[in-house]
Design a protein. Structure first.
Length: 218
C-alpha cells in the first residue's frame, strides 16, 4: 500500500493512546487503539556534516559480519543476520562496549508498530532500530549516528533517507530533526473493534512516494 491517495483524519489528535477521549466510556475506549508514527525524509543532495563525539567514544559503520570487532550477536541478537543480508549499522563504542547504534537498510523492512513493511525505492535508504544505552542518552549520539549514515548513503549515490519515529517519542524526533530530516507525513494504525486501518495525513502526503505493504500482501 502506498501513501498516495492519502486520507485526512484528525481523530488521533484527540484519541491519544492511553488517554480516554471525552464522551467515550472506558470499555468503549479499550476497543480503540491508535499508534501514530511520523515519517521523516531527508534529501541527500549534500553530505551530512558529522558532529564531535563525547570524549572516549568512537564511531564505526559496519557493513559486513567481518567488519565488527567481535561476535556481532554480543550486542544485538539480529546483527549477524542483518549484516549478512547487506544491511549496515552505525555504532558508537566506548572501549569495547557498543553504547549506541542505528541500522540502515536498502531492502524491505517490517515496521512492527503499524504492521506493514516499508519498501525503500532504488534511490532510498531506510534508517531504523536505533538505540542508545540509557546512561549515554542526551549526548547527541543518535543524531551523530544518523549523520554518519547519511554521509555513508550519500557517498554510495543514494538520494533520500527515510526514518519513522513514534509521534510520542520526543527524544527520537528531536534527534532526527537535528540531523536535518523533515516530516513527510504521519501514519496512524487504528484498530477499532477488531478491524484495523492505516491513515495518512500531513502536508506532503499526496506527493510522498513511499511504499508501505500490508504484511499479508507480500
Ligand atoms: C531515542 C534515542 C535513540 C535517542 O538517543 P540519544 O543518543 O539520547 O539521542 P540524542 O542525544 O542525539 O538526541 C536526543 C534529543 O532529545 C532530547 N531529549 C532527550 N530526552 C528527551 C525527552 N524525554 N523529552 C524531550 N526531549 C528529550 C535531548 O536533549 C536531545 O535533544 P537536543 O540535541 O536538542 O538536546 C534513545 O532515547 C533510545 O534509545 N530510546 C529507546 C529506543 C528508541 O526510542 N529508539 C528510537 C527509534 S526511531
Amino acid at each position: 500500500m502506498g501513501a498516495r491517495g492519502a486520507t485526512r483524519w484528525k481523530a488521533d489528535e484527540a484519541v491519544g493512546a492511553g488517554s480516554a477521549p471525552a464522551g467515550l466510556s472506558r470499555k468503549r475506549h479499550d476497543m480503540i487503539r491508535v499508534v501514530t508514527l511520523r515519517l521523516y525524509e531527508r534529501r541527500l543532495d549534500a553530505p551530512a556534516v558529522p558532529r564531535p563525539l563525547p570524549p572516549g567514544v568512537e564511531l564505526a559503520v559496519w557493513d559486513s559480519p567481518t567488519a565488527t570487532d567481535g561476535p556481532a550477536g554480543r550486542w544485538h541478537p539480529e546483527a549477524e543476520q542483518r549484516l549478512i543480508e547487506g544491511q549496515v549499522c552505525a555504532v558508537a563504542r566506548h572501549g569495547t562496549d557498543v553504547v549506541a547504534y542505528c541500522w540502515l537498510a536498502s531492502t524491505p523492512v517490517r515496521v512492527a508498530e503499524i504492521g506493514h513493511v516499508v519498501v525503500p525505492g532504488l534511490e532510498d535508504v531506510y534508517l531504523y532500530d536505533a538505540f542508545t544505552v540509557p546512561a549515554w542518552r542526551g549526548r547527541g549520539l543518535f543524531s551523530t549516528l544518523l549523520r554518519h549514515l547519511l554521509a555513508f548513503a550519500h557517498a554510495r549515490g543514494r538520494k533520500r533517507a527515510l526514518i519513522f519515529a513514534l509521534a510520542r517519542n520526543r527524544a527520537s524526533r528531536r534527534a532526527i530533526e537535528r540531523a536535518g530530516f523533515e516530516i513527510s507525513h504521519s501514519v496512524s494504525r487504528v484498530e477499532l473493534w477488531g478491524r484495523e486501518r492505516l491513515w495518512f495525513r500531513g502536508p506532503r502526503s499526496r506527493f510522498c512516494r513511499v511504499t508501505l505493504v500490508g504484511e499479508g500482501s507480500r
